[in-house]
Write a protein that binds this ligand. Structure first.
Ligand code: CP
Length: 337
């Protein structure tokens, strides 16, 4: 695909070569994301970061990614503080904000809302999550992380075994990641969910038609065996009618050090899109794994900056120009990377 000026609305728009291109540019962003170098490639450009649903890492990492490329960020953080609360339409909002911005990231609780917004926008729009539907930049950063983690154990994406665990019905990250994996070969998916929260049948069918193996089970202990990666998810309380309904499933599937040691192969990569629900009644991914070398969740969040920088650089046509204005940074950067 031609990234320049493109909306990024769904993983379905990518070919495998497009994913490779994003990953190649993401690799080149490491010195900037790691505060060794600074660039002015997007000096003067403005990101409209439009979030109409709660977010920590997607909103902030998109903003950081844009700042690290030299651009500036203007944002909304919820419906309450935007004129959508006064009845303004997505069409009008898109017409207005696209006059102020060079690119827009948008998150909204309704499926299809970001695509609707993009139709009215005069600048490229990136889907930062539309309800339970899709989260394409998360899928790209998840896959980038899987690739790096498996490579460090001499593994690869083609032929891998992945277990997805939790609320696969409402989790947009697993919807997008599964569909992105349609571009790869011979993957075994073990989908561990309560029967009511199964992955949508349309996605399961697509995976099978593409030649992948799909095992659906409620037996977590059996499902954890024989995976390269396990990808946990939170019960998406905000997609249920009531909190009580979500409570039925909360805490059903949990991973902690003892369960990992007993049932997982050594070196199985542990992933989660975050936020994890750390309340006692949920705790799907226990803090006792925080120091475990296979826990990749914070490498995942760091990789989000690289992948989002790559998307901006490609969409705004500066991927080859980032180094032109580069300089070493002069501030203390610590040892965090
Ligand atoms: N993974 C993710 O989308 O996190 P936030 O909801 O904090 O953006």
């Amino acid at each position: 695909m031609d990234f320049r000026g493109a909306h990024i609305l769904s993983v379905k728009q990518f070919e495998r070569t497009d994913v490779d291109r994003v990953f190649q540019v993401a690799d080149a962003m490491v010195p900037y994301a790691h505060r060794q170098r600074a660039t002015r490639a997007l000096e003067g450009a403005i990101l409209g970061n439009m979030f109409f649903e709660p977010s920590t890492r997607t909103r902030v990492s998109f903003g950081c990614a844009f700042n690290l490329l030299g651009g500036q960020v203007r944002e909304t953080t919820d419906v309450k503080t935007s004129s959508i609360s006064k009845g303004e339409s997505l069409y009008d909002t898109a017409r207005v904000i696209s006059g102020y911005s060079d690119v827009i990231v948008m998150r909204h609780p309704q499926t299809g809302s970001v695509a609707e917004f993009a139709k009215a926008s005069r600048v490229p729009v990136i889907n930062g999550g539309d309800g339970p539907n899709e989260h394409p930049s998360q899928a790209l950063l998840d896959l980038y992380t899987i690739k790096k983690e498996l490579q460090s154990n001499d593994g690869q994406i083609d032929g891998m075994h992945i277990a997805m665990i939790g609320d696969l019905k409402h989790g947009r990250t697993v919807h997008s990641l599964s569909q992105l994996l349609l571009l790869y070969n011979n993957i075994t998916f073990t989908l561990i969910t309560p029967a009511e929260l199964r992955m949508p049948e349309a996605i399961v069918s697509e995976l099978k038609q593409a030649g992948h193996t799909v095992i659906e089970t409620e037996d977590m202990e059996a499902g954890l065996n024989d995976n390269d990666t396990i990808y946990l998810t939170r019960i998406q309380e905000e997609r249920f009618t009531t909190k009580l309904e979500a409570d039925i499933y909360r805490g059903r599937f949990r991973l902690n050090q003892s369960i990992y040691t007993r049932y997982c192969q050594p070196n199985t990569v542990i992933m989660h899109p975050l936020p994890r629900d750390s309340r006692a009644e949920a705790n799907e991914l226990d803090n006792d794994l925080n120091q475990h070398p296979s826990l990749a969740i914070f490498r995942q969040t760091d990789n989000g900056v690289l992948v989002r920088m790559a998307l901006f650089a490609l969409i705004l046509g500066v991927a080859e120009k980032v180094d032109d204005s580069a300089r070493d940074v002069g501030w203390y950067t610590g040892g965090r990377f």
